[in-house]
Design a protein around this ligand. Sequence first.
Ligand code: GLC
Length: 537
Amino acid sequence: MTQPHDWWRQAVVYQVYPRSFADSGGDGIGDLPGITSRVPHLAALGVDAVWLSPFYPSALADGGYDVDDHRDVDPKIGTLEQFDEMVAALHAAGIKLVVDIVPNHSSNRHVWFQEALAAGPGSPERERYVFRHGRGADGELPPSDWTAMFGGSVWEPVGDGEWYLHLFAPEQPDWNWNHPDVREDHLRTLRFWADRGVDGFRIDVANSLAKDLSEPLPTQAELADLVDGAHRFFDRDEVHDVYVEWRKLFDEYDPPRTAVAEAWVPAHRRARYASPEGLGQAFNFDLLQSDFDATAFRTIVTENLAFAREAGSSSTWVLSNHDVVRHASRYALPAGADQNAWLLSAGKDPEPDTPGGLRRARAATTFILALPGSTYLYQGEELGLAEVADIPAADLQDPTWVRSGGEQKGRDGCRVPLPWTAAGPSYGFGPGGSHLPQPSWFADVAVDQQDGVEGSTLELYRQALAARRRLQGAEELEWLETPADVVAFTRPGGWTCLTNFGDEPVDVPAGRVVLASGELVDGRVPADTTVWVETRV
Ligand code: GLC
């Protein structure tokens, strides 16, 4: 059956972090049969697609973003056959599947990296990665002073005078994208999954593949001044040549396979990644980085709708993912608070306003779900989950923690396995334990505690997704005149969304209320609340 080509433009995509979603085996690590068993949850939620974070063989030096083999399933979490069963179950429920592609680096256990180490300096095997001679008489100093994303140097010595580049952890050696083998191998990977029925791809650090390592290398301080395509390894213009090639491959399929770029680039550089001749869509992390503030939200939406139009794409909206503090917790902290310092204080300093954070999170989610474009949800946010901020140091897994010498707590707090039931080992995550410790408050927010409960966050998400499916129309909005701390807009077909960011209640716009992120007070919209109103008769 032919599927519409543009299903992705206004899709609601739910991110599954596979090792923390559902565990069928009881080893404390989520797995593919676990995901298959929870397809009814995803169907009842009403999502259009699932984005699956890496499930490939990995030593988990970076939560699976260190890939040993891009065309296989990690035996700890399943088999290719179980992958096919999962795809079939999702498709049977009308849910598409987007998988994560990690093209900047492999893991240090990848067969080509092992061959490169064995083959030695000057070998063709080393050319697939980025090896350089060290500075100093015997190459004992790194080629440059650049620092890696997780702390420490980007260069790792291999003991023969050469060093290899890793923008992330040392277990993640960067590919050399000037090498035809690397390009070919990625095309093979994309085809492998597209042929298996995968509908789209999320491209990890899509802005970092192209690199200019010609000598002399600038210093770390000098790198900061190299913007708008001039940086040595971020957001170089040549990166788009790769995606033009990928797009040709995507378009061989019916419907064409989709792609969304994870590219932490300034908004004015985003259009290139989202172009129809390239990946087609790009994440916009502006709201995720913003305080809960009327002016900021309105400005970000206006700008991003314009950028998406310019790119010929649709906008993307994201409030949480596996790399950031969950939005229910971000909004529980004072505006501008240092989130890492808060995590390092085990979530105590400053004291979070937990109910307020949840109220604002519900309002913000309801706001983004009314916007034109597609929305990416992160597993557990439909339960209103807060960050688990008090994971003991000994249990932390994120390489950031160790690589920063304990200065950055890292991202484990949003990756704690989900609570499905109030009772049972690991709160229904599986028949055994949980690879990250779950807090006791998970019992109160488990799926079975919210299912069918009027006003619960789970029911709010379900209602919002159902109403959105019914109301969503052309990718347009019109702002309404409002007081400064209120944001309201109408969508084609008589759908109005209003969010009250201020302290005082405001009037509900004329029409029939179809959804409210919190209870109305005396028929008015209280602080930190969003309403949807239908105005058509
Ligand atoms: C992306 C992923 C993140 C990972 C990094 C390196 O930013 O979202 O989780 O650590 O890339 O692959």
